[in-house]
Design a protein around this ligand. Sequence first.
Ligand code: OGA
Ligand code: NI
Length: 360
Amino acid sequence: MMSCLQSWPEPVVRVQHLSDSGIRVIPERYVKKPSDRPSFCDSLSGEANIPVIDMKGLYSDDASVRQKTAGMISGACREWGFFQVVNHGVRQEVMGRAREAWREFFKLPLEEKQKYANAPSTYEGYGSRLGVEKGISLDWSDYFFLNYLPLALRDQNKWPALPLSCRELVGEYCREVVELGGRLMKILSSNLGLGEEYLQEAFGGEEFGACMRVNYYPKCPQPDLTLGLSSHSDPGGMTLLFPDDNVSGLQVRRGEKWMTVDPVPNAFIVNIGDQLQVLSNANYKSVEHRVIVNSEKERVSIALFYNPRGDMLIKPAEELVTEDRPPLYPPTIYDEYRLYMRTRGPRGKSQVESLKSSLQ
Ligand code: OGA
Ligand code: NI
């Protein structure tokens, strides 16, 4: 099925090296149409921020604190599709060391990184574009993508051998963040009135997927004309993002405006992906987001995608389908769903919306 995505249609340009070359004008391919540029509509900044949730409250001795914390998570999933978590249990030291290792990786000479050059068949490795269609608009970023789970898809030889600590740190980081993801899945599930295990089971139980994408956003000489990552909703289940501690850049859509997220130090930014929107029959929102770049500082973020197993059929939970609220989405196999973005690149919420309209 994925054989249609064998190789890139054009030579791949590493954005980091474009940036390092000192160009003052960015190539046409990166220039967005005016309505997609960062300055097109006012951004909301400083006025609002996505909810910040202290996870300690979930394990409080006081039942009312537990309830209030779960309620905040529920509200965030329904209204924002995004929240930040603190006291999440992932060791700060592991987070810091993992990020340092990735910064080192991107500093390596181009030839070393090229050993991991990726292809669209699996996307694993060092990449610089999303989507295989010839001539599509490109974003101002490079990335490294790898599979952590299920075990059958894990191939450590495809992870960076340099810096020397990288493979071990990726393993440690993923183990802890996946554990956090599992705890959140239980809360998200019971907040829907489903059993605690419902969502995890729908993802394939122990065979669920987890993959990591490290995003590298180089400095950009014309940040007003482009985006580091175009507007998209995440196609998978749930995303746990460790944003850069020095530079902001993530923007979340709020109606017609874009809100720049102000990251809390050492927090994770959690967001709902399309599969949880489908499973929850749109009680939870998978919200569009994008990344802006700047001319002063590069930015590194680490996204962990907590996903269904590739062959799982994902559809609205029966319990959330009523006469007043019919199923909003048809059943779809996750591997087929994710091909859309892998073929066409980031395109707002067009995929989940088109899934919905296929039922009307
Ligand atoms: C993503 C993403 C945001 C960021 O990787 O899907 O939205 O801040 N990343 O890098
Ligand atoms: Ni995303």
